[in-house]
Design a protein around this ligand. Structure first.
Ligand SMILES: [Zn+2]
Length: 1018
């Protein structure tokens, strides 16, 4: 749950959701009583700024007594309110003290003296987000909620935790790190390191991308805090002492070092009053703190560095798989426009088949793709540009960086085309108009680094102005070329990293850990050994004592609305075009248009087994290989220039009445400004009807490589998801398809396909893909959904005709009648019912045990399973996380696949965890849960996601789920009784199940003698 914050992801994707109708500045002035210079509960209002494009008003405040800073974004039309309190934290080592403090802070406070108020609140709240982040120079505690009572509850718990935490030494032992004897009562047995953060970071550093990133930071910033791993290097974590933790808290978690943020439509004064009265009133100003949190600029290098190192290779057998990358120190975070320009430059250089670096290093097959960490990291004092490549052959390592520099020199000669620059600016403009859920949290993440480093938040938010300046600048002589020279070609402050795979990497890490432990062990006196045993005993007692949870504020069932709100059913046009049904969702979209075209396949002998394996690559190739009219580069250009996005993906549509029945399909989708809708629809038309798989078939290899890399990069990060997918594949046909499309099975298929390409078989492959395309166009049933402003419906109706006229129409009516959900067929991929252990070079495990229960969307059992999964977390969380030391774990139920899952994530245990899963049944059967816990589980199940306009109506369009069905399901959730839970657990216990582990060699050995387990190497 708590996430360690490594690096910001995509630069432009987070913002800005525009809010419904605009109000003018004048009405804002007339309506608003708050003025600059006002005292609002001890906070001085320093600035008020309307931000028109977003229909937001920004209030900048300072707490008079302590100097605490506060930014409030008043968004009248957004009910998803967000809050965060952040501290600038500057660690001087890699013991992970900031990160361990982030965890321990949430383990109990003065007002809430229970062991785990954070997880307690996850069960007592209807939040839409709850988390805490540790970054390299900050720590944040944040949440969002649509319910006002819930918001104030969370505010109280969060603030008491950060300002008045207990920081119990046993919580430090649990969350951070501790030593324990393998047999806790035997001081002669093996000594083991344990702890949640310790295991979390072991997991983080199993990932080559993270290893690369930390090496880069360490070497680019040798003289300041950015060289340290604020999350903690497991080996250094072993040296952290409890008093260090206490000191770190008293040094940094002070109001004079705090940054309050809020967003949404709840009143500001309510928040300032609460914060002042309950918290800040007790503090005085700390003058020294700004000195402590100051980060010195890294002194510029006079010459670059090259680092050679090793990494653990997930793709075990592949030797030719090195990673090579380069990182440049660029400007300062306060140079907002320069950073903006660099972000655009980065896109021009790196993104898509038209970018020079992509062409020179990926299309040329010097590497199999970018390292996912590639891009501009602009959330630190001195932003850096990192470009990394994976899948580099050993003999090519030395070619990578010179090729990169050569291609940069060529750009200086040739420049960028105006068309490409405008395409990228268009993308940014359109992303500003997109309305998304979670806007407040995204905004906070976007502005916090700028705010904390005293740079201009308003300027950072004013993207439109920056685009305007950029448009002028880039047309001046050599603006972009000069940036390349200054920050890349002639910048000696860069670091090159070469990493080669090493099969023994994890063993060496393990050996090092053992050596450290041995060293500690030999120095231990009998008395100290006794202390370790005592602590183990105390911790067990401590973990049993939940305190009186009644002190935590609560949302009650009666605080929650029973009626579903805003269920949208698309409107069908009376007239069908060419027998094709077109549906519309009229919405306030800021004039954006979303178009979805669903092709549903007939149920009998439509695809071969091989086709099914090819479907994901087929979908990608549709967009990445080009069409009759456009080659793949031109097509990419068109997509960038005229659309927000264009996408194709295989889709499985389960029946809301029976999980055994489902359909396969492909969903084509796209978005654009209304003014570009005709071009967007034309692009979709090209992609659906005129794709050409043979013209650029050699490019298939790059696409396959790209897809394969995504799997390789995902295994360590989302291992539990892959475990779940594989485990459920043998339980039902729908899940067998799911695994074939997106599981380990697909990854293995891609790996094999890449080998075949070595004997240049791309042409045959492209013919197979073309075949799939033909089948789809000739035989499937198409339907269309468009989301747009009501006034645009008529125009779009006319535009979409050009596509529908091409769909095969003679048998549409017939096909429709033939349609039925499929329960069995020969082309369903076969998976044997068994348990599987996949060996990976991880130092922790990812585990899933799945049960298959086939229940309709509206049924007492579906509601019961949903509540049951939440209820089981009450038992699972302390067992798996607190006692077992895993980073995460719990139970979930997914109605659409019929799968009930127990899982753990970054887990040092394996057999033990499986035993805990089994014990959960007894815990429920023995009625060990209280009525209050049952109510809380219901409340969790009743949380509804905030939908963006483009998501509305989709559950009806795809799955035919009506408002009435949703309401019935909700009514069921409200009425769950203890007896329903006991019935559900009986049914679950007797359902077919399978377990899968993605784990390490050591744990694999434990399963050698286990019955019905197969151990496989990926
Ligand atoms: Zn963490």
């Amino acid at each position: 749950m708590l996430s360690f914050h490594l690096k910001k992801s995509n630069y432009f994707n987070k913002f800005f959701k525009n809010i419904l109708q605009k109000t003018s500045i004048s009405s804002f002035l007339a309506n608003n009583k708050l003025k600059i210079g006002n005292d609002l509960n001890g906070f001085l209002i320093e600035k008020i700024r309307p931000i028109d494009l977003l229909n937001i008003t920004l209030y900048e405040l300072k707490h008079k007594k302590t100097g605490a800073k506060y930014l409030h974004f008043d968004a009248k039309n957004d009910s998803e309110n967000a809050f965060s309190v952040s501290f600038r934290t500057v660690p001087h080592d890699s013991t992970g003290v900031a990160h361990i403090l982030e965890h321990t802070t949430l383990c109990g406070s003065q007002k809430f003296p229970v062991r785990d108020p954070f997880f307690g609140m996850t069960r007592r709240s209807v939040n839409t987000y709850m988390n805490a982040w540790t970054g390299s120079d900050f720590t944040s505690y944040l949440f969002s909620s649509e319910n006002e009572k819930d918001f104030m509850n969370l505010l109280d718990v969060y603030l008491d935790c950060v300002f008045n935490p207990k920081l119990h030494h046993l919580d430090f032992a649990q969350e951070g790190f501790r030593l324990e004897f393998e047999k806790t009562e035997n001081g002669k047995s093996i000594l083991l390191p344990k702890g949640v953060v310790y295991n979390e970071m072991k997991g983080v550093l199993s990932d080559p991308m993270n290893l690369f990133y930390y090496k880069m930071m360490e070497n680019l910033f040798p003289d300041n805090t950015y060289s340290k791993n604020s999350g903690g290097d497991p080996q250094e974590i072993l040296t952290l002492k409890y008093p260090d933790l206490k000191n770190f808290h008293s040094e940094y978690y002070h109001p004079s070092n705090s940054f309050f943020f809020s967003y949404g439509n709840f009143p500001l004064s309510q928040k300032t009053e609460f914060i002042q009265k309950n918290y800040l009133i007790n503090f005085n100003r700390n003058e020294k703190i700004s000195q402590k949190t100051k980060i010195n600029f890294q002194k510029k290098f006079s010459k670059p560095k090259t680092i050679r190192t090793k990494y653990p290779n997930v793709n075990l057998k592949e030797k030719n798989n090195s990673i090579v990358g380069i990182g440049f120190l660029t400007t300062e975070i306060s140079n907002i426009f320069e950073v903006f320009s660099l972000a655009i430059l980065q896109k021009l250089l790196l993104d898509g088949p038209n970018s020079p670096i992509y062409q020179a290093l990926i299309e040329s097959e010097l590497s199999s793709g970018y390292l996912p960490i590639t891009g501009l990291e602009d959330s630190i004092l001195q932003p850096i540009l990192v470009i990394g490549f994976q899948g580099v052959k050993k003999e090519d390592i030395h070619k990578i960086i010179p090729t990169l520099f050569n291609s940069l020199k060529n750009i200086i000669k040739n420049g960028f085309s105006k068309e490409r620059i405008e395409s990228i600016l268009h993308k940014i403009e359109i992303s500003q108009l997109e309305r998304r859920s979670g806007f407040g949290i995204g905004l906070m993440e976007y502005i916090l680094p700028v705010w904390m480093n005293n740079a201009d938040v308003i300027q950072k938010m004013n993207i439109t102005e920056q685009i305007n300046i950029f448009r002028k600048k880039y047309q001046e002589e050599s603006y972009l070329e000069n940036l390349i020279e200054k920050y890349l070609l002639k910048n000696p402050h860069h670091v090159i990293i070469e990493m080669e795979p090493d099969e023994n990497f994890q063993n060496q890490v393990k050996q090092k850990e053992n050596d450290i432990i041995k060293k500690i062990e030999t120095k231990l006196t009998e008395e100290e050994k006794q202390k370790i045993q005592d602590q183990s005993r105390q911790l067990i007692e401590h973990q049993k004592d939940n305190g009186n949870q009644d002190c935590l504020p609560n949302i009650k069932l009666e605080d929650i609305q029973c009626e579903i709100k805003n269920h949208v059913i698309p409107i069908s046009q009376k007239e069908n075009f060419n027998n094709i049904k077109i549906e519309f969702v009229p919405e306030q979209t800021n004039s954006l248009v979303y178009c979805r075209i669903l092709a549903q396949f007939p149920h009998k002998s439509f695809f071969t087994q091989e086709d099914n394996f090819n479907l994901p690559i087929f979908s990608d190739s549709k967009i990445k290989l080009g069409t009759e009219k456009y080659d793949y580069k031109k097509l990419h250009q068109q997509i960038e220039r005229y659309t927000g996005f264009v996408n194709t993906s295989p889709i499985l549509i389960s029946s809301p009445f029976n999980n055994e029945k489902f359909q396969q399909g492909v969903l084509f989708s796209g978005s654009s400004l209304f003014s570009n809708s005709e071009q967007m629809i034309n692009i979709l038309k090209e992609i659906i009807h005129y794709s050409n798989f043979q013209k650029n078939s050699e490019h298939l290899k790059t696409i396959t490589n790209h897809n394969f890399n995504q799997f390789i990069n995902g295994f360590s990060y989302s291992g539990h998801r892959f475990a779940r997918r594989y485990a459920s594949a043998c339980l039902s046909p729908l899940n067998a398809f799911e695994e074939t499309y997106s599981g380990i099975t697909q990854a293995k298929f891609l790996k094999n396909q890449l080998k075949q390409f070595e004997n240049s078989k791309t042409l045959q492959f492209s013919k197979n893909l073309e075949n799939i395309s033909k089948k789809i166009n000739e035989k499937s049933l198409f339907k269309v959904l468009i989301t747009c402003e009501p006034k645009h419906i008529e125009t779009l109706e006319n535009q979409i005709k050009s596509i529908t006229s091409l769909f095969r129409n003679d048998q549409q009516e017939n096909l429709k009648n033939q349609y039925r959900f499929r329960s069995d067929s020969e082309d369903i991929p076969k998976f044997e019912l068994k348990n599987t252990f996949f060996k990976f070079p991880f130092n922790v495990n990812h585990i899933a045990k799945c049960y298959y229960v086939n229940q309709p969307y509206v049924s007492k059992f579906t509601a019961s399973f949903q509540v049951l999964s939440k209820l089981m977390n009450v038992f699972l969380h302390p067992e798996i996380r607190e006692k077992g030391g895993a980073y995460g774990g719990g139970a979930t139920y997914d109605f659409s696949s019929g799968i009930f899952t127990f899982y753990s994530y970054r887990d040092p245990q394996s057999i033990q965890t499986l035993k805990i899963f089994d014990k959960t049944f007894e815990w429920i059967k023995k009625n060990s849960f209280t009525d209050e816990e049952l109510n809380q589980a219901q409340i969790q199940s009743l949380k509804t996601p905030v939908l963006s306009p483009s998501d509305k109506g989709m559950s009806y369009f795809i799955n035919k789920i009506t408002g009435e069905m949703k309401q019935n399901k909700r009514d069921n959730l409200f009425s769950i009784q203890r007896k329903d839970i006991l019935d559900a657990v009986d049914l679950l216990f007797n359902s077919p199940n399978a377990s899968v582990i993605l784990g390490n060699d050591q744990n694999a050995k434990l399963f050698k003698s286990e019955k019905n387990w197969e151990i496989i190497e990926f």
